[in-house]
Design a binder for this molecule. Structure first.
Ligand code: CO
Length: 165
């Protein structure tokens, strides 16, 4: 951790937990043959996200979720990932208390941000960090419910479809 990062308040530095890990699959139903039937994970919600042109399934396990992501057309980054690299691990998502503050202090630390400001995700305010700065892993941040970005991104309120705490 840099000198600058050490000076930021604990609530800005703190990573709450791993929120989910995302795996890209060709077909949700086919992938459940492994994750649900063979591994025995419970399937929470299966949810189309039309704005992202994907279908997502959440499988909660031990306070974390495995998120299966299948593209619905071939126009998105997720679809290009599938076409070029095949099915597989895509990103890990860490929960933070204040995502805007976390992005600011990461940028100060020289971390390359894909999203310089939080945007509304399926389960709350999210932002991605570039794998170039994360040793080859695509990293997502999500703000814990009740954080400051929730009020600005969801002025009419929002309840995550499959929230587990
Ligand atoms: Co994610």
């Amino acid at each position: 951790m840099s000198e600058a990062a050490r000076r930021v308040p604990e609530h800005v530095r703190r990573i709450g937990r791993i929120h989910h890990i995302a795996v890209i699959v060709r077909d949700i139903e086919a992938s459940l043959g492994f994750y649900r039937d063979a591994l025995g994970l419970e399937v929470g919600a299966v949810q189309p996200i039309p704005s992202d042109r994907v279908v997502i399934a959440f499988l909660p396990v031990g306070g974390v979720k495995v998120e299966l992501v299948a593209p619905t057309d071939d126009t998105t980054g997720v679809a290009r990932f599938l076409a070029s690299r095949g099915e597989g691990f895509h990103h890990v998502c860490f929960e933070v208390d204040d995502i805007t503050a976390a992005l600011t202090r990461l940028a100060i630390d020289g971390i390359e941000l894909i999203d310089s400001a939080p945007r509304p995700g399926a389960e709350g305010p999210v932002a991605f960090l570039h794998p170039r700065s994360c040793h080859g892993v695509l990293v997502e941040l999500i703000e814990a419910p009740g954080g400051p970005a929730w009020a600005s991104l969801y002025p009419r309120g929002f309840v995550a479809p499959d929230a587990i705490r």
